[in-house]
Design a protein around this ligand. Structure first.
Ligand code: UDP
Ligand code: MG
Length: 154
């Protein structure tokens, strides 16, 4: 099973959407295996958004990511990276398709509710960036047979 990172951004926390976001992934059938509140630092933000450091809007993005705590979550499931990314929607909330999280809750290219890993490789790097081994709480899910066919449980 794959693991992917979802960061519930400060804007979502302020707007009372953290539960809604978590609920959507839960209802989909993904399994939350790590969750912690965290205050973003300048250093971690620069590392996480290294591909955007030179963009003129980076100072605004940094401010937005540090404006309130974030909630770091790790979700596990078959093809979890792709599934979560599809549920996230396009970066700009105004362009994101309705039914996606950004499509339903965001009007902005910056204030877009969540961060989600965009590849399996980046998911591994990002999870290491924010979680230690002891942050994970693996557990059995008795409903697994009702979520997956026998050949989908790997
Ligand atoms: N962002 C922004 N303006 C832009 C592009 C991105 O403020 O023109 C912010 C936005 O919050 C986005 C984050 O930078 O979620 C990371 O950008 P990326 O291109 O990696 O988009 P994502 O992977 O989050 O869809
Ligand atoms: Mg990205």
């Amino acid at each position: 099973m794959e693991r992917t990172l979802v960061i519930i951004k400060p804007g979502a926390l302020q707007r009372g959407l953290a539960g809604e976001v978590i609920s959507r992934f839960e209802k989909k059938g993904l399994k939350m295996v790590a969750c912690k509140m965290y205050r973003m630092t300048k250093e971690k933000c620069a590392e996480h958004y290294a591909h955007l450091l030179q963009r003129p809007f980076y100072p605004w993005l940094e401010r937005a990511m540090m404006a309130a705590p974030v909630i770091l979550t790790c979700w596990e499931g078959k093809d979890a990276v792709e599934v979560v990314r599809a549920m996230t929607g396009a970066t700009n909330g105004r362009k994101a398709v309705p039914g996606t999280i950004r499509g339903d809750y965001s009007m902005s290219g910056q204030e877009n509710i969540i961060h989600t890993s965009d590849s399996l490789e980046n998911a591994a790097i990002e999870l290491k960036r924010f979680f230690n081994e002891e942050d994970y709480f693996p557990y059995d899910t008795p409903l697994v047979d009702f979520l997956y066919a026998p050949d989908e449980k790997e």
